[in-house]
Design a protein around this ligand. Sequence first.
Ligand SMILES: *[C@@H]1O[C@H](CO)[C@@H](O)[C@H](O)[C@H]1NC(C)=O
Ligand SMILES: *[C@@H]1O[C@H](CO)[C@@H](O)[C@H](O)[C@H]1NC(C)=O
Length: 326
Amino acid sequence: MTPLLLTLALAAHIAPVFTSQLEERRAVADDPVAISYGLTPASIASLPLPTTTITAASAAQTFIQNNWGHVTGKSEYISFVKDPFASSGSNVLRVSYPNGTYANSPYGDGGMGMYLDPFGTAVDGKVKRALFTYEIALSKDFDFVQGGKFPGLFGGRVGEHCSGGLYNDKCFSLRVVWRKAGVAEVYAYIPGYSGFDTKTHIQPNTNGYGYSINRGSWKFETGKWQKLSILAIMNSAPSGSPSKPTKANGQISIYLDDRHVFTHTYFVLSTNATLDISSIFFSTFFGGSTEPYASKGGYAYFREMKSYYGLEASNAAGSLVTAVYP
Ligand SMILES: *[C@@H]1O[C@H](CO)[C@@H](O)[C@H](O)[C@H]1NC(C)=O
Ligand SMILES: *[C@@H]1O[C@H](CO)[C@@H](O)[C@H](O)[C@H]1NC(C)=O
């Protein structure tokens, strides 16, 4: 055989092996961030979407309860509709924010607030790193007004809050907030520590509400799909008590359309050693809980909602700090 033919013969032999290895790798994780952090797809790897449209909110709620690892929470503002921004005609989740709605508005809250556990019971209490990715599109008429929430991750025990101005060491939350003109940030209910408030990318918590992380580092736009990825890795060596030093090496990263937006590895997500990243906090509404935050109407659409996890806490360097729950 000439060297060329030998090369071709080898290539022909090797190619299928190579392809099947790639396919195997894809079955492990199909997301570039998940792959680079060694994450495993959750038990419900991708939240399934229905094959038919579902108009009634109560029926959409039932679909979610049956298919999405639903833990708790309800919404009267959801349906499954044909994708308005793609010719494929697949169905997507639609969340509505009727005019006048915001958290605790007399006109209704709008949006939705649910906790989902796609990770599965086999890893209960063990998920120390997690990635949640979703594609979101906002209707063309979506007015950002003053801001609101989009989904993120939740740690610890559902029902202990870590939202709405209530902090404790039984939970933490990492949602996404949009502000005027779609300016975005991570909005975190996590402990602070001496020096945390003065870090460049942190806006101090005011009046007991969440910390704003990297405000303005990306933007939401109307009328198109954007893929958002939120990655969290818990700090190592939680002390078990807010009064004892804990290593401030927890990580939060954001990617937009698979492009890296930011990574910081100086967080204490919790001092409580028993906590893990327990759920997806599928929380979205306008507000704030005052009238100036009121929605002027519009919809958000969600598809390709995928979860990945790992069991290893952060191995980043970090100083020992005394965490403070605001
Ligand atoms: C929206 O609601 C406000 C009250 O919050 C009301 O004043 C306004 O007329 C409403 N606009 C529309 C278009 O319904
Ligand atoms: C740690 O979290 C667990 C689970 O939520 C809770 O039962 C326990 O009380 C927490 N520990 C402290 C010190 O708050």
